[in-house]
Design a protein around this ligand. Structure first.
Ligand code: ATP
Ligand code: MG
Length: 486
């Protein structure tokens, strides 16, 4: 990451420096070239003026070609004036060696153009001349010994060695800036990238410190850059969730161990006592029978735990189908009829509705609540189940006029292994998982469960199962079975 960031940073810096360097170099070259062309055009224009206006002014011609050119300190130039048949009229000192023959010069500009093509020429490796030629017409006589109009070719060579040196120098400096800039930007880029990802390193160091046994680490208190603050907050929230579920899990494991220890101790105690001496087969049979009861309870406990674990891992597929609630209740309550008759409690139900749910889980949930009601209602009491069809849900109310539950226990009734009174629970042999399972089943269906109770008056448990929206009435066939995986 650091390498990639700093490499991209350096590449961008190099590209920008090269672009600006090339642009500056090009504009300087352009300016120098324009200025050289202007000088050449000037010279051509002066010669045209002389030949047009004063064709017989020999002095002016010599002044311009021989003295003016080489007397300058800057923009030294050499010139050569030829007749159109190639005869030399006059040339600057040194022009002989420096100006190439006519064929190698750029073609002369027409009379009406101030300057034509230019060409660079190197008489020696460290010397540069910029050459241009032009046609000049004259009507004079005199030194030129002409009495009829005559055309000339005027060639001017401007010494641009200084400009070339300046350009060369400039290019070297630009290269130096480019190399230094690249190195600096690579170093600075690495530093900036390292600084930039330091917070990420800190988060990963914090993540490294976290183990299952120590989830107390938090990163939110550090001073994060704005972009990473939400990541840090999410990270902390995730740790909090993990810590909570770890805590719940370890509490749950402790509870399970505790719950299993009691029946196993009972079994061990009974077996040990039975083995202290020789027993009759009847006595052995009674020990086995009572053990069997304990085994049943253990099996039930394990079954409940398994159910909760599967529901929690979303490992449970709901076999949803349409059914009549009254049909299921009639079947369910007939199971509890015996228990109700034994404890002299009247058990009844009323109402009906159609419900789209997992019928097995539905029976299990209602069964748990009904069995609680029966367990806690003294002889002569009543337990009623009432079904109410709401527009988008089915409500089941299970009411008893039994012992009731003290208000301080109400919020925790749906916790696993929670029993109101341990001694009472021991006598009634409940596992404390019944209502936790009810809640899980209702949650799986997207519904809700509430419990209201008054001590000595009775208890009311309300379960609400939503009817999925968008399902038409005619599709509500009792036989239609849809498997919904949640
Ligand atoms: P299990 O249902 O697994 O056999 P359980 O009945 O003890 O065990 P839950 O069904 O979760 O466990 O009930 C939790 C506690 O709530 C029970 O111990 C009981 O004291 C109390 N309780 C539940 N329903 C009633 C009720 N209708 N009247 C009075 N107390 C109740
Ligand atoms: Mg119960």
């Amino acid at each position: 990451m650091v390498f990639r960031l700093s490499a991209s940073y350096a590449v961008i810096a190099i590209a920008l420096l090269s672009f600006f360097g090339a642009f500056l170099y090009w504009s300087l070259k352009e300016s120098l070239e324009i200025s050289a062309r202007n000088t050449l055009a000037d010279k051509i224009s002066v010669m045209r003026q002389i030949l047009h206006e004063r064709p017989n002014d020999q002095e002016a011609l010599e002044e311009e070609v021989q003295w003016e050119s080489t007397a300058r300190r800057r923009s030294v130039y050499y010139s050569r004036l030829l007749q159109d048949n190639g005869t030399l009229v006059i040339q600057s000192t040194g022009a002989q060696e420096l100006i190439p023959e006519l064929l190698l010069c750029p073609s002369p500009a027409a009379e009406d153009r101030s300057i034509g093509d230019t060409r660079e020429f190197h008489p020696s490796p460290d010397r540069t001349l910029l050459i241009s030629s032009a046609w000049i017409a004259s009507e004079g006589s005199g030194k030129l010994a002409l009495d009829k109009p005559q055309r000339f070719i005027y060639t001017v060579a401007l010494d641009t060695t200084t400009e070339q040196n300046i350009l060369h120098d400039y290019r070297n400096k630009l290269l130096l800036v480019l190399i230094a800039g690249s190195v600096i930007s690579a170093v600075a880029g690495t530093y900036v990238a390292r600084q930039g990802i330091r917070p990420i390193r800190e988060i990963s160091a914090a993540a490294h410190r976290i183990t299952a046994s120590d989830l107390a680490e938090r990163v939110g208190s550090m001073a994060w850059p704005r972009e990473l603050a939400s990541l840090a907050a999410e990270f902390d929230a995730m740790l909090q969730r993990l810590e909570d579920s770890f805590q719940r899990l370890s509490q749950f494991s402790a509870d399970i161990a505790h719950e299993l220890r009691t029946p196993i101790n009972n079994l061990m105690g009974e077996a040990e006592v039975a083995l202290t001496r020789e027993r009759t087969s009847k006595e052995y049979a009674s020990v086995i029978a009572s053990s069997l009861e304990e085994y049943h309870r253990l099996a039930e406990l394990i079954d409940s735990l398994l159910f909760l674990a599967r529901a929690e891992n979303a490992d449970l597929s709901l076999q949803k189908s349409w059914f009549r609630v009254a049909d299921e209740l009639a079947q369910l309550l007939s199971y509890h009829e015996l228990q109700a008759t034994e404890s002299e409690v009247t058990l009844s139900f009323s109402g009906d509705a159609r419900l789209f749910a997992d019928s097995t889980l539905f029976r299990r949930a209602i069964g748990n609540v009904v069995s609680n009601a029966l367990k806690h209602t003294p002889p002569g009491g009543t337990v009623t189940v009432e079904v109410a069809a709401l527009p988008d849900a089915v409500k089941i109310l299970i009411k008893d006029d039994g012992v009731g539950i003290p208000p301080e226990h109400l919020p925790r009734l749906f916790d696993r292994f929670y029993r109101v009174d341990a001694s009472r629970a021991a006598a009634m042999a409940g596992t404390g998982l019944g209502l936790a399972i009810v809640k899980t089943i209702v949650d799986l269906h997207g519904g809700s469960v509430t419990i209201e109770s008054e001590l000595g008056e009775g208890t009311l448990v309300t379960l609400v199962f939503p009817v999925p929206p968008g399902v038409k009435e005619q599709e509500r066939q009792p036989v239609a079975s849809v498997v919904v995986r949640e």
